[in-house]
Design a protein around this ligand. Structure first.
Ligand code: HEC
Length: 658
């Protein structure tokens, strides 16, 4: 294990690196490839238009613990999953009244992208057919199965985290969900890119998406992406679903493999399509066309039509195979330096890491291209915009598409019939795009609506199409309306209703008026309470077990940090793309005036895995020691973590390493 990141950074700057900038690409790639005309449906960030339909906005419900799926039910209620709340709740869209239909204690959510995810209502629900079924997908721990061998830390919950789909039966008399019956268990799960969207198709089959697990990037940078790997007959016989990552699945309602599933490379499995990165949205159009939204890397979120047996190209291709601003860097195959000794970067690929252009891939000619991309940019695009405060990913062309809905031809909004509605996490918006009459292509460019300082997770439409309900994340990072980034959500963990209203001013880009007031009301109820923690989980500040800041502790802290924190904060602490940097200027600006105790309690009370306080006190102390060490503190000269009183008041000292 190399020493903490101070020296690591210095060493890295001597490593010869290739940049993804225009010069490097132009030097090694034939010019013709760079000049290829843009393919159809390939929008750039500049081609997005502000939507101009008028809406009014209202907060329907708040205080939800990670609302993830929101679906309109046949009882005219909203059916919602709470990712970390582990509940399925029914919400009256008029009054906002919440009823818990089921609590699922088996759900485990150790990280930021796991827990209770997709929910699908059987078309027979409340139709008097006896099929009052509701399907839910969630992550759970199963120590009896063979552990995930790619997770090396024996103590990590992700070694034993899997996904299952369960069928519940709804009883209208008791208004609750009962009789959980396992449809399938042992599906892959990870600390990143689980996808998790679930639908019942018009053919009565279940459709489920599983992401590439966030491998080959961030904290999982040395684990290869297996979105192209297909299962063997032996694996299927053993019910080992390791090859289901980066796929969409099609399952019979009892969990078996439908006989008309595609045989891909001679093997018929649950796999319906493959070559996906993080497909968080699927929806059926009226003619059975299956539309999907998929998150891309720095560029090229995709809108796809999923066709049986189709290969969608990841990780060889992002968007179209056009060699624009994406190459496939194979970190796990680095040589002669082992991957673990390298520093992951989204911007520069070390010389030790082999990479391929999109058109190098032999399958490029046979892959199913997207309907549209959000958004494609040239190779000389600046992915490090200073306005982004070092949180570059927020400013990248990708918007992190998180769901997709089909807008029906009869919907109330003029001109919207037969179109797609996509929520995004990064710009807290809805992107709307028109479909061609046959539904097999898009026409025109994306329009953006409702931009706010929120992360939009999912939508549901009222039956007349006049209201779009939006579920918002409880926290995280969003783009600030005044430029840069923000961690303060305007509407944390809420259901918002945007209602088409011809008399309202066109408010395409701003829901804040009503919604901010609504949010402020919660904050006012208890001044000392921490609004980011659910009621009942509030914990007193400033209480922690002191520990000694030793070199051993720093090493422990580094190990724990790499397994619990690096996915979001980056393995050097200042290369994370999903969370603020914990070293360098951004960290210094925020933490210089704070105490060590502040840093300790913030990590313990607000951060995954499961908040607050799921790791032992010593682990938080060790992680704190590691963060301080990376920022220049020495074990000898700052025995900061020995005395709780001194610790509580000890100001953080950050040494300038420049
Ligand atoms: C799933 C992603 C994720 C993981 C895993 C994660 N964090 Fe965070 N962290 C965030 C996000 C997003 C923010 C900014 C929003 C907030 O403060 O809640 C943040 C903020 C922080 C901050 C405040 C930084 C600042 O300048 O505002 C600290 C300190 C921190 N995290 C420490 C940790 C530690 C220690 C761990 C591991 C135990 C960890 N985080 C794990 C996503 C994550």
């Amino acid at each position: 294990m190399s020493s903490p990141a101070g020296p690591q950074i210095t060493v890295q700057s001597h490593v010869r690196r290739r940049s993804l900038g225009a010069l490097a690409l132009a030097a090694s790639f034939p010019l013709t490839l760079l000049l290829a005309p843009p393919a159809r449906g390939q929008d750039t960030p500049e081609s997005v238009r502000q939507g101009d339909q008028p809406f009014t906005v209202r907060v329907v419900a708040k205080g939800l613990e990670g609302p993830w799926e929101v679906t309109w039910g046949p009882d005219d209620k909203l059916w919602v999953t709470e990712r970390t709340g582990k509940r399925i709740v029914q919400i009256d869209p008029k009054s906002g009244e919440k009823t818990v239909l089921a609590t699922i204690p088996e759900v485990e959510a150790p990280g930021g992208q796991d827990g209770l995810l997709g929910l699908a209502l059987d078309p027979g629900l409340l139709q008097g057919t006896g099929h009052d079924y509701v399907y839910a997908a969630y992550t759970y721990l199963d120590p009896s199965r063979a552990p995930d061998a790619t997770v090396q830390d024996e103590a990590s919950p992700y070694r034993h985290l899997f996904t299952k789909i369960v069928r519940f039966t709804y009883s209208p008399e008791g208004n609750k969900l009962d009789s959980p019956t396992e449809v399938i268990a042992g599906l892959p799960a990870s600390n990143d890119h689980n996808s998790g969207r679930l639908k019942v198709g018009p053919d009565g089959m279940l459709y489920y998406t599983i992401g590439d697990q966030g491998n080959n990037q961030l904290g999982n940078w040395c684990i290869p992406t297996e979105a192209q790997r297909l299962p063997t007959e032996a694996e299927l016989t053993a019910k080992d679903y390791v090859a289901y990552v980066g796929k969409s699945l099609r399952l019979a309602p009892d969990g078996t493999i439908p006989p008309d599933n595609p045989a891909i490379d001679g093997v018929r499995s649950h796999i319906f399509t493959y070559g996906h990165r993080n497909m968080q949205g699927i929806v059926f159009g009226p003619d059975g066309t299956l539309y999907a939204s998929e998150q891309g890397p720095k560029t090229d979120d995709e809108i796809n039509i999923l066709k049986s047996g189709g290969n969608y190209g990841w990780p060889h291709v992002a968007g179209f195979a056009d060699d624009m601003a994406y190459v496939y860097a194979r970190w796990a195959e680095s040589t002669p330096k082992p991957c673990a000794d390298l520093t992951f970067s989204d911007i520069e690929i070390p010389a030790a890491v082999p990479f391929d252009r999109e058109t190098d891939w032999k399958g490029a000619g046979r892959m199913t291209p997207p309907l549209a991309t959000m958004f494609t940019v040239p190779n000389d695009w600046n992915f490090q915009d200073p306005a982004c405060n070092g949180m570059d990913f927020i400013c990248w062309p990708t918007v992190a598409a998180s769901s997709i809905d089909y807008y029906p031809p009869t919907g109330a909004i003029p001109g919207w019939g037969n179109s797609l509605v996509i929520t995004t996490l990064k710009r807290g918006s809805i992107y709307h795009i028109q479909l061609a009459a046959d539904g097999q292509a898009v026409t025109g460019s994306f329009e953006r609506y409702f931009q706010s300082e929120n992360r939009f997770r999912d939508t549901a439409l009222s039956p007349d199409g006049g209201t779009i309900y939006v579920a918002t994340d409880p926290g995280g990072l969003a783009e600030s309306l005044s430029g840069g980034t923000t961690t303060e959500m305007q509407n944390p963990g809420e259901i918002l209703a945007f209602t088409y209203d011809p008399d309202a001013p066109a408010n395409a880009d701003q829901p804040t008026g009503t919604t901010t007031q609504g949010s402020a009301a919660t904050g006012g109820t208890n001044q000392s309470a921490d609004p980011t923690l659910p009621a009942g989980k509030q914990i007193p500040t400033g209480q922690f077990t002191p520990a000694t800041f030793t070199e051993a502790q720093v090493n422990d802290g580094k190990r724990s940090y790499n397994s619990a924190c690096s996915t979001c904060h980056g393995n050097t602490l200042s290369n994370g793309t999903m969370a603020p940097h914990l070293a360098g200027q951004a960290f210094e600006a925020k933490w210089k005036t704070k105490t060590v105790a502040d840093l300790y309690t913030y990590s313990r009370d607000h951060m995954p895995p499961s908040r607050p306080h799921s790791l032992p006190d010593e682990t938080y102390a060790a992680i704190t020691a590691y963060i301080l060490r990376v920022n220049g503190a020495e074990p000898g000269d700052q025995p900061l973590l020995t005395d709780p009183d001194a610790l509580a008041n000890q100001q953080i000292v950050i040494e300038n390493k420049d």
